[in-house]
Ligand binder design. Structure first.
Ligand SMILES: Nc1ncnc2c1ncn2[C@@H]1O[C@H](COP(=O)(O)OP(=O)(O)OP(=O)(O)O)[C@@H](O)[C@H]1O
Length: 302
């Protein structure tokens, strides 16, 4: 009941402040001097990040550097070994009901008969998918509120036309919209998204990126998103956290994704180029700077 009330409360879009940071007030998520160890080795250390209310932050970096691990830290699934992490004003893991989470690599079985709308409903009633809400048969205010909220988020992500189809029959982009609706249905203040554009084609990447950007700007939801390619989300970004073996850097994209900063993080000369269309291309001289690809090109930046 409280969850549904929470989900339908009115949101006030964050206003621009004189500091250029939207929202103002307390950070939604902050890391100060944070370090983490996984499998006996320190993945990253000295990580500082401040995501304000209603801000959109991307976590970038080469494969295996610990981007998903940072999301797990924010969820309280993994402890830090140094520094401090606060999420929605609390220690990680304490504010789970105020967070929407979309994990990495979501494979939907094409033969799955569950409808998109049922997948969205799972966001309200946890793992009871495929089973009706445990509510009285008679039409209750609680049930009506849940139904309205589910319809509201499906409409918000533009999935009304196919929400009643089996999700296995939906395209990758349609499935992604429905899964974003599931993450949104409880009315979270913070969305943690792990590579939500992964495996989408370019046009769907742009559309889903714009959807997430709009949710952030218009609904006032803070977003922390792990991304392989920064370009689709670049117009929406307030903050970037770039993780690399040589350290970490955080700040506005124009300050972080620079020749100087990335050369420092990779410990080898790297060049950041901006195309006529505003896309960022990162070119490195060495194998390591190429993020393992060896082509002098950073696939994670497009
Ligand atoms: N439970 C675990 N035990 C041991 N090592 C782990 C565990 N989980 C993750 N790792 C390792 O930690 C490193 C960071 O993993 P993580 O998934 O956070 O990286 P990532 O930056 O998100 O990578 P990618 O871009 O490939 O998704 C990897 O080398 C991974 O193999």
């Amino acid at each position: 009941m409280a969850r549904i009330r929470e989900a339908v409360r009115h949101r006030v879009p964050p206003q621009a402040t004189t500091t250029g940071r939207r929202g103002g007030g307390e950070d939604t998520m902050s890391l100060r001097g944070a370090a983490v160890r996984v499998g006996g080795r320190t993945l990253w250390s000295g990580v500082d990040l401040e995501v304000g209310a209603g801000e959109f932050a991307a976590v970038l970096g080469p494969n295996g550097v610990g981007k998903s691990t940072l999301i797990k830290v924010a969820l309280g699934l993994l402890p830090i070994t140094a520094g401090e992490v606060r999420v929605l004003g609390e220690a990680p893991g304490r504010a789970g009901h105020r967070i929407g989470y979309l994990p990495q690599r979501r494979n939907v079985d094409p033969s799955l008969r569950i409808r998109g709308i049922d997948v969205v409903r799972m966001g309200l009633d946890g793992d009871r998918w495929g089973v009706p809400l445990p509510l009285p048969v008679r039409f209750s205010a609680r049930r009506r509120a849940a139904r309205d909220r589910i319809a509201e988020v499906i409409d918000l992500v533009g999935a009304s036309a196919y929400a009643h189809r089996p999700i296995g029959e939906c395209s990758g982009g349609q499935q992604q919209r429905l899964l974003i609706a599931q993450a949104l249905v409880r009315g979270p203040e913070l969305l943690l998204l792990d590579e939500p554009l992964d495996s989408l084609d370019l046009s769907h990447q742009g559309a889903v990126a714009a959807l997430i950007g709009r949710i952030c700007r218009e609904e006032g939801v803070s977003v922390v998103m792990v991304a392989h390619d920064v370009n689709p989300i670049l117009p929406w970004l307030d903050q970037v956290l770039y993780l690399a073996e040589g350290g970490a850097a955080a700040g506005p994209p124009r300050e972080v994704i620079t020749t100087e900063t990335l050369s420092r993080l990779y410990g080898t000369p790297v060049e950041v180029l901006r195309t006529g269309h505003g896309r960022l291309v990162v070119v490195g001289g060495g194998h390591r700077a190429a993020g393992g690809g060896g082509h002098g090109h950073h696939p994670e930046l497009g």
